[in-house]
Design a binder for this molecule. Sequence first.
Ligand code: ZN
Ligand code: ZN
Length: 432
Amino acid sequence: MALASSTATAHAVAHTQPHLIECRDCGKVQHVPALAPGDRATCLRCDAVLRATRVDPFGLPLALSLTGLILFGLASSMTLMSLSSTGQHTAASLFSGPLGLERYGMKALAIVVVITTVAIPLARVMGMIAVLLALRMLTPPAWTKGIYAIVEHLRPWSMIEIYLLGVFVAYVKLISMAHIDLGPALFALGALTVTMVAADAVVDDHAVWEAIGRSRGPGRKRVRSAGILGATLTRIGCHTCGLVSRGRDGAHCPRCGFRLHHRKSQSIARAWALLIAAVILYIPANLYPVLIINQLGSSQPSTIVGGVLELVLAGMWPLALLVFVASVVVPILKIICMALLLFSTQAGATWGLKERTVLYRIVEFVGRWSMIDVFMVSLLVALVQFGAITSIAPGHGATAFAAVVILTMFAAECFDPRLMWDAAETKAETDA
Ligand SMILES: [Zn+2]
Ligand SMILES: [Zn+2]
C-alpha cells in the first residue's frame, strides 16, 4: 500500500487517525498517515491534494458562514448600483437583473441568474451553518449527511464572485453613458465573496465527514458486514464523503449512505453528449446578439465578439482582454480540452497522464468564469431603461451562451479523470 506524501508542521500534535484515501483525480488508493493541524497530504501519483487539515476545522468556517449570512442579508436588501441620465433615475438590486430578463420574456435565463447568484449561495451558506452547528451535538442528526453532500456538490454553482466581476464590467461599460452611484449592496457583496471563498478554504471536508460519521445512521451495520466480506470485494472510495470501504458497485457507503461507484457511471458517453450539445449551442451563442441597445428609435444589436470590439474601440484594453478571455477563449479552449481528454481516454493514451490531469483540473476550475457576460447583460438590462431615449434589451445569444457554459460545466463534472489512468493501465497491461 502506497503512503501518501505529507508536509508536516513542526511540533504540532497529530490529530487525525491514519486512514485510506482514494485520489479523486487518478484513483490511486493511498494510506494517509496521522496528520497534524495545518498538514497537507498529496497524491503520490498525480500530486493532487488528498487532504489539507486545519487548525480550527469547524469553528472558523462556522464564524465565516454566519458572517456570510449577515452579509447576504445586506447584499440582497440594499441597492447595488444606481444610474442617472437625462433627468431619469434607475437603481438595481441583486434581484433586478433576473426581474429585468423576465420582463423581456427570457424566463430561463432569469432562472439561471437567480439560482447561481441567490438561491445556491444562500443554500450553501445556510447548509454549512446547519451542519457545523449540528456537529456540536454529541451525536449529529442523520440529516447532516444529505445537507453536507448538497453543500459540497453545489460548490461550483455558487457564482457570487463571478457576478461581482460581471457588475464591474457593467460599471465600466456604463461610465461613459451615465452618472453611476455605487450602492452599499456592492460592498456587502464584495465582503460576502471574500467570506465565502475563505469559508471554503478553511473547512476540512474529511474532518466534517468524520464528525458526521459519528452519527448513528442506518449504515452502521454495513461497515462491519462489508469488512468481513472484505477479501472478495474491491476497495471503493465514496464520491460523496471520500470514505474508502470494501464494497460492490452500487452498494451504499457505510458512512454517508450514498451509493458507491467505482467510477462515475457512463462518464465518457455523458460527457460527450453534453459537450456536443455545447458545441451546437455555441453557434447561436455567437451569431445572435447577447444584448440590443435601443437608442432614439434605432436598435443596435451586440454579439459577444462585438461587445469585445466595442471595448477595444473605446480604448478599454484591460477590460476588453478580460471579457475576451472569459467569453471567447475559455469556452473554445474548454471544448477543445474536454474533447482532447475524452479522445485520449478512449484511445487508452499513456502519454502525459499527470499533465492531462492538471488540464482537467484547470478546465473544471476556469469554465464557470465565462458567466461574466451573462451577469453583465442581466445588470445592463435592469439599469439601462430610460424609455424611448436609451434602453437595453437582452438577446437570445445570452441564453444560448449561458447554456454553453452550463453544458460544458456539466460535461467536466461528468468526466471522471480516473478513467484516464485506468485506460492507460489497461493499455500498458495488454501491450506487455
Ligand atoms: Zn492522484
Ligand atoms: Zn460516503
